[in-house]
Ligand binder design. Structure first.
Ligand SMILES: [Zn+2]
Length: 372
C-alpha cells in the first residue's frame, strides 16, 4: 500500500474515532442533565438544606485513596472547631489492570510501573499529601487497611457463606494484605478481617460521626463499604446511639455533578431506592481552596482524562467535580437493595467511560505524533 493511501486511511480512522468520542460525550451530557434536573427546585430559588452539625470526632471510611475528598470540607471544619478526624482507606486503589499500569509508566509514573502493589503504594503517597493539605497528620490520622480494589463486594458476598475462602485479587494476585504499612499486614482477604479491622478502629477512636458511602452507590467497593462499616458499628454496643452515620453525595450514584465550573453548588437530585435526607456544609473560601489543592494531589487519577469535554472549564479532570462550594451529607432512612437501579446507573455512566478511553487514545496519539 502506498504511503499516501496509508496516511489517508490513518486520518480517516482518526476522524471517525474523534466523531464517535464527541457523540458519546453528547450522549453522556444528555444523560447527566436528565439526572440533575431537580423538578421541585427548578428555579434558582432553591430551598436551603439543613446545616450539618459539626462533629467532635469524625471518622471517614474511604473505599479508595481519593474518596476522602467527599468529606474534605467537613474534615477541615471539624479540625478548626477543635475536633479530631481520622480517615481509613479500605483499599489502596490497586485495581488497575496491567494495561493501565503500562499506560501510567508511559506517563512517567515510575513508582507505578512494576505492578499493582506499587501502584497502590503510589496512591497511598498521593493520599498522604492530600490529607496533609486538609490539616491531618498522615502518620497518625490516615490508616490503610490494604484490601483489594474492586474486590470488596465479592468479599462481602463470600462472607455470607460458612468458612469463606479468602478472595484473591486479579490485579495484585494477593489473597491477604500485601502492604507492610497497613493496619494488619498479611490479614486474609475475608469479610471477617475487614470487620475486625473496622471494629478495632471504631473502638479505638470512638467517633461521634461516621461518614461512609451510600448503600446504593453503583461502585461496588463503595456500596460494600456501607455494609462493612455498619456491620462493624453493630458489633460495638457502646457506640450504638452515640455514633451518627452519614453518607456523602457521591457521583457514582448519579453522574458527574451539575457543573465543573468553579464555585458551583451541589444539590441532591438523584432518585435512589433508599430514602435519604440531606444536609449540607457551606465551605469557606479557605476550605474550598484547600480542597482544590488536596484534589490536585491525585495525579494518577487524572492520567486517564480526555480533553474533549466542554464542561471541563480549564480543569483537566473530573476529579475537580468533587470541589463544590458545599458538601452534602445524607442520613439513609432505610436501605433498599436494588440491583436493577445499580445496573441502570452503571449503564448511564458507560458512555463517559468509553468517551474517556477514546479521548486518551487521541491524547496519546497526539503526543506520539507531535512529540508533546
Ligand atoms: Zn472510590
Amino acid at each position: 500500500m502506498s504511503r499516501s493511501r496509508l496516511g489517508r486511511r490513518f486520518w480517516a480512522s482518526a476522524f471517525a474515532l474523534l466523531a464517535l468520542a464527541l457523540v458519546l460525550d453528547q450522549w453522556r451530557v444528555r444523560g447527566r442533565a436528565e439526572l440533575t434536573v431537580d423538578s421541585d427546585l427548578a428555579s434558582d430559588e432553591r430551598l436551603p438544606l439543613p446545616v450539618v452539625e459539626v462533629p467532635k470526632r469524625l471518622l471517614v471510611l474511604a473505599p479508595h485513596p481519593d474518596d476522602v475528598l467527599l468529606a474534605a470540607g467537613l474534615i477541615q471544619r471539624t479540625l478548626s472547631a477543635g475536633g479530631e478526624a481520622r480517615v481509613v482507606d479500605l483499599t489502596c486503589g490497586d485495581g488497575k489492570s496491567p494495561l493501565a499500569i503500562r499506560f501510567l509508566k508511559r506517563k512517567g509514573f515510575r513508582e507505578a510501573q512494576n505492578d499493582a502493589v506499587n501502584y497502590g503504594l503510589y496512591r497511598q503517597k498521593e493520599d498522604q499529601r492530600s490529607v496533609t493539605d486538609l490539616g491531618l497528620n498522615p502518620t497518625r490520622h490516615l490508616t490503610f487497611l490494604g484490601y483489594p480494589d474492586s474486590g470488596l463486594w465479592e468479599i462481602l458476598e463470600r462472607s455470607k457463606k460458612e468458612n469463606p475462602e479468602a478472595y484473591r485479587s486479579r490485579n495484585t494476585s494477593a489473597d491477604s494484605v500485601p502492604y507492610d504499612n497497613a493496619l494488619r499486614p498479611g490479614a486474609p482477604y475475608t469479610g471477617n478481617s475487614i470487620l475486625t479491622d473496622l471494629a478495632s478502629v471504631l473502638s479505638d477512636f470512638q467517633p461521634d460521626l461516621l461518614v461512609l458511602p451510600h448503600p446504593n452507590d453503583h461502585h461496588r467497593d463503595h456500596a460494600a463499604t456501607w455494609y462493612f462499616g455498619n456491620e462493624a458499628l453493630a458489633l460495638l454496643p457502646e457506640l450504638i446511639g452515640k455514633t451518627r452515620v452519614l453518607v456523602p453525595f457521591d457521583f457514582h450514584s448519579g453522574d458527574l455533578p451539575h457543573s465543573l465550573k468553579r464555585n458551583f453548588r451541589m444539590r441532591p437530585t438523584r432518585e435512589t431506592p433508599s430514602p435519604t435526607t440531606w444536609q449540607e456544609l457551606e465551605l469557606t473560601p479557605a476550605e474550598y481552596q484547600a480542597k482544590l489543592t488536596a484534589t490536585s494531589r491525585y495525579t494518577s487519577q487524572m492520567a486517564w482524562e480526555h480533553p474533549f469535554l466542554p464542561e471541563y472549564h480549564g480543569h483537566i479532570s473530573y476529579m475537580y467535580g468533587y470541589v463544590a462550594r458545599n458538601e452534602l451529607f445524607g442520613e439513609v432512612q432505610s436501605v433498599i437493595h436494588d440491583e436493577g437501579f445499580r445496573r441502570s446507573i452503571e449503564m448511564k455512566a458507560l458512555p463517559a467511560r468509553v468517551g474517556a478511553v477514546i479521548g486518551n487514545v487521541f491524547t496519546d496519539l497526539g503526543r506520539h505524533l507531535f512529540g508533546k
